[in-house]
Design a protein around this ligand. Structure first.
Ligand code: PLP
Length: 481
């Protein structure tokens, strides 16, 4: 017998999903009944019934004459994801030996593909405009042009535009980091911040520990600075292996360790607070400089923002940007370093004199006068639903033996195909069909992960996108014939 849901039950179910997806945070007031009625295009009485149902499940509470408030009391959802965790990609065994890095050709092809309008962009981790704060940024841009006629007639020399640095410091303080505006240096995106961080603490030939697999842009930086990389295996749930890192520190003179503790790219892992504590202790004992890339930190799929490593140790160098949330094109990022602040300011000046004055004001205007947190809650909710749908589609359209990551945040999936598949071949086959992917060897200096690839899920859930996923599944199956 088909179980038909009543309207108020459907509304209740959607509300619960929105709350669990982080659209409304614990303690936050839900919109009023009339507003919800307009939102769901239902009658007020249907909404009242639905709210009662959600209340019965202990997910919201009513405060007399004040409305309905989210009350997720017994849910300890720190860093959690409700997606199932079966069939995760395996943690790699890596050679704990430093090696030079040569990466360039793949990445340039991938970047070029992002400029082709007909290509389905599953390769580069660039969110489609639907996931970015396009409207809000445009509004902020207009306001800046109206209010600051002088917005571009000078440089904002390093450390950058003070009001923006204050806004960033406020947000960092809320994440338990002891940061003041004077500690923040504005950069041209997170990539620029990573370059400054590594330039400040290494010399050519030095050894840098990295997660394996890791973001290929970091490999480019390591290559361009003439450094050597030592790959440390990372688990798709818990992140970098602390025992393997400890072994690497014993065997090699490691100068720095660069990692993405929150929602790593490509695995989507999130280190627990205990692991973060253990990591900072280990780095201190071995005199290794930790460099944290927290670019995905605001995009966790759970309800609570994961703490940065910087919250556990003031001496961590922290790098981030607004490229994955507000806008990649504005190129606004930042770096914080208690010990290297002066060197970094100088390097920033030498490298680019200043970040864009206009872009810095636009981001300031947005953070100061618009609701970044609401935008983040809505976007995280979208990613949660999108990733669930894409994982389900992969499970039905890829051959048996395929494994897929279950990210705790961000918007990319890491797919591990059956053993004989070669994703560098898959890359060529897919491009012929106008689908771009990022093959696994791009994520390792030793070009490991031949059977793996990464896809960017920050795309509209439309027929073309779904066709691309199903087509990739078919191409992988063809390699097995
Ligand atoms: C982990 C990570 N760090 C840094 C970057 C570069 O960020 P930005 O565009 O702000 O330079 C990216 C972009 O893909 C990334 O995924």
């Amino acid at each position: 017998m088909v179980n038909v849901m009543k309207r108020y039950e459907q509304v209740a179910q959607t509300l619960i999903q929105e709350i669990e997806g982080g659209l409304y945070q614990n303690g936050e007031r839900l919109p009023g009944v009339r507003k919800l009625a307009r939102h769901f295009q239902m009658s007020v009485s249907t909404i009242v019934e639905a709210l009662k149902l959600v209340e019965d499940q202990g997910i919201i509470e009513v405060a007399e004459r004040s409305g309905h408030f989210v009350s997720l009391k017994c849910r300890d959802d720190e860093n959690s994801s409700s997606l199932d965790t079966v069939n995760l990609p395996t943690m790699s065994r890596v050679n704990l030996k430093p090696c030079p890095v040569t990466q360039s050709e793949w990445v340039m092809n991938l970047v070029r593909a992002t400029l082709e309008p007909d290509v389905v962009q599953l390769g580069a981790a660039v969110p489609h405009a639907d996931y970015l704060a396009v409207k809000g940024i445009n509004k902020a841009l207009k306001a800046v042009c109206n209010q600051y006629k002088d917005h571009s007639d000078h440089y904002d020399f390093a450390p950058g535009y003070e009001p923006l640095r204050s806004q960033i410091a406020l947000r960092m303080e809320a994440l338990q980091c002891q940061v003041q505006s004077a500690d923040v240096v504005i950069t041209n995106g997170c990539q620029n911040a990573l370059i400054l961080a590594l330039k400040a603490v290494t010399d050519p030939g030095d050894v840098v520990a990295i997660e394996s697999p890791t973001f290929y842009g970091l490999l480019h930086v390591i290559e361009s600075l003439g450094l050597k990389a030592i790959e440390i295996p990372a688990d798709p749930v818990s992140g970098i292996s602390i025992p393997a890192l400890s072994l690497a520190f014993e065997q090699w003179n490691v100068r720095a360790c660069v990692l993405i503790p929150n929602y790593g790219n490509p695995l989507g892992h999130c280190m627990s607070n205990d692991a973060k504590r253990a990591l900072v202790m280990l780095a201190k004992e071995n005199n290794v400089q930790l460099i944290e890339d927290d670019i995905y930190g605001d995009l966790g799929l759970g309800n609570q923002r994961a703490l940065p490593l910087l919250a556990f140790d003031r001496e961590v160098i922290y790098c981030s940007s607004f490229s994955k949330t507000l806008s990649p094109g504005l190129r606004v990022g930042w770096i914080i370093s208690a010990r290297q602040q002066e060197t970094i300011e100088h390097l920033q000046y030498v490298n680019s004199l200043s970040a864009s004055t206009l872009a810095q004001r636009v981001v300031y205007e947005y953070l100061r006068y618009q609701s970044y947190d609401r935008y983040l809650r809505e976007t995280r909710n979208k990613y949660r639903q999108q990733l669930r749908q894409v994982r389900a589609l992969i499970q039905t359209s890829f051959p048996n033996g395929t494994k897929v990551s279950d990210p705790a945040g961000g918007f990319v999936l890491w797919i591990e195909c059956p053993p004989t598949v070669d994703t560098t071949v898959l890359y060529e086959m897919a491009l012929e069909k106008n689908i771009s992917i990022a093959p696994g060897p791009m994520f390792s200096p030793r070009k490991k992960y031949r059977r793996c690839f990464r896809i960017n899920c920050a795309q509209p859930w439309n027929a073309k996108f779904q066709w691309a996923i199903v087509t990739l599944g078919g191409l992988v199956s063809r390699q097995l014939e």
